[in-house]
Design a protein around this ligand. Structure first.
Ligand SMILES: NC(=O)c1ccc[n+]([C@@H]2O[C@H](COP(=O)([O-])OP(=O)(O)OC[C@H]3O[C@@H](n4cnc5c(N)ncnc54)[C@H](OP(=O)(O)O)[C@@H]3O)[C@@H](O)[C@H]2O)c1
Length: 400
């Protein structure tokens, strides 16, 4: 049916690429383009004998718009799926604009020198994308991504208005290391060491990092400590969900992770301010990334399950209503299927599905849109088909 270019070849991209190759009827040609071509070639070697999707690889620096434009024009895809880092979002969007090719990502733009992620930079492209007659689909991972689609689905089928959303991201997996991150360490640590915040009555309420802790008994995982974080989908859901009064995001962390993180913070290892070391400028957090386990290697060691979903409270036909929609994903099952752990899996699968929605023209709006702005039904159906089935509980325990 069409051609897709994936930019990046890390943990999340590897899963999305496996899924693209399983879905050869939609994706008959694939270009894997990343900074380190050897990684792309290795993946191609592994997948090519088992798929009808024709795979090519290329080296690209996604910080360089001219290089991107050259490669996109040469391969001529319908969709570019950005699975590099959030720092590259705007450059890749610029290249897509120049080539008039649809754009899909999983994380919103973040300037490399400031740990601050907001949609304003990408939303500023709305008119340009509309005029170019192309779509930018923002946030097609799990959170943002599936959690946002769950919200649109709840709104469409279960509520007249949703007043409260709690997004709960639980990783009950154990990789056996005292400290490791489940996706890119630099992005992960920037996210969890930042101040927390939630949306209430039309404004942001800021908290200290890890200030708000709750305990929740997750279906199929058990009781876990979870902490309130700032998270990007809150910003767009606050605009797109009718009747919203409060949105919070919680993520589970084990004590060992938090103790290590605190210590690393205290000694300055999580800083993004460059320092001079033996005559060379280094960023402490980037150095830390280099000594931590590569998330891509956690797959064979990680056991247990993730449970990610949303608890909604609102009104239907004048009556109060609650609803919990979630997915449970087993680390070892993911490894068996695509040789990755569940955190990459739960992001890579929806990335493929979002790209498929655009490629097939099922989602066809020109401009820049967050994922909850599209019809959730075909995406929900695809989640069941492609490995992330959802569960609906109409009588959930609420977070206090
Ligand atoms: N929405 C969600 O639920 C969710 C969850 C997790 C992650 N994410 C997002 O998913 C994305 C990928 O995460 P990940 O864990 O897969 O990270 P990763 O393993 O570090 O992979 C990133 C890939 O991008 C490549 N890359 C980095 N800079 C590049 C550049 N300038 N030009 C070309 N390629 C470049 C890297 O190349 P090398 O191989 O040379 O390092 C690597 O292959 C991130 O944006 C992350 O925030 C979203």
């Amino acid at each position: 049916m069409g051609k897709i270019m994936v930019i990046g070849c890390g943990g999340v991209a590897s899963v999305a690429i496996h899924k693209i190759c399983q879905n050869h009827e939609v994706f008959d040609e694939l270009m894997i383009a990343s900074r380190t071509k050897e990684k792309c070639d290795k993946l191609k070697e592994k997948l090519a004998p088992h798929t009808k999707t024709k795979i090519q690889t290329a080296k690209v620096n996604a910080d360089n718009v001219d290089e991107l434009v050259r490669l996109i024009k040469e391969f001529n895809p319908e969709v570019v799926l950005n699975l590099a880092l959030p720092y590259q979002d705007l450059k890749i969007m610029d290249a897509c604009l120049e080539c008039k090719v649809h754009y899909v990502d999983t994380a919103n733009y973040e300037p490399e020198d400031t740990a601050k992620f907001e949609y304003k930079w990408q939303w500023a492209y709305r008119e340009k994308f509309e005029k170019a007659g192309i779509t930018a689909l923002l946030g097609s991972g799990f959170d943002p991504g599936v959690t946002s689609v769950f919200s649109a689905y709840a709104m469409k089928h279960y509520f007249d208005e949703i007043n409260y959303i709690d997004i709960l991201d639980c990783n009950g997996g154990d990789h056996g290391y005292p400290f490791a991150t489940n996706f890119n360490p630099e992005i992960n640590i920037r996210e969890v060491s930042a101040k927390g915040s939630y949306w209430e009555n039309g404004k942001w309420i800021e908290t200290e990092p890890m200030e708000i802790k709750k305990v929740y008994d997750f279906p199929q995982v058990g009781k876990k400590d979870m902490y309130l974080l700032h998270h990007e989908e809150i910003e767009s859901l606050a605009l797109n969900i009718k009747g919203i009064k409060r949105i919070r995001f919680f993520m589970t962390f084990g004590q060992s992770y938090l103790t290590h993180l605190k210590c690393l913070e205290n000694v300055g290892m999580t800083s993004i301010e460059p320092i001079m070391y033996e005559g060379k400028e280094i960023v402490p957090l980037q150095f830390l990334k280099a000594v931590l386990p590569d998330p891509a290697t956690l797959g064979p060691r990680t056991k247990g399950k993730t449970n990610i979903g949303c608890i909604f409270k609102g009104k239907k036909d004048g009556k109060e209503k609650t609803l919990y929609i979630y997915n449970v994903c087993d680390h070892q099952e993911c490894y068996k299927e695509v040789e990755s752990q569940a955190v990459s899996y739960t992001t890579g699968v929806p990335a493929m599905i979002g790209a498929m929605m655009i490629m097939k023209g099922i989602w066809d709006k020109k401009g820049v849109y967050n994922i909850e702005e599209f019809d959730p039904d075909p995406f929900m159906e695809a989640l069941n088909k492609w490995g992330l089935p959802y569960i609906i509980d109409e009588n959930p325990v609420l977070v206090d």
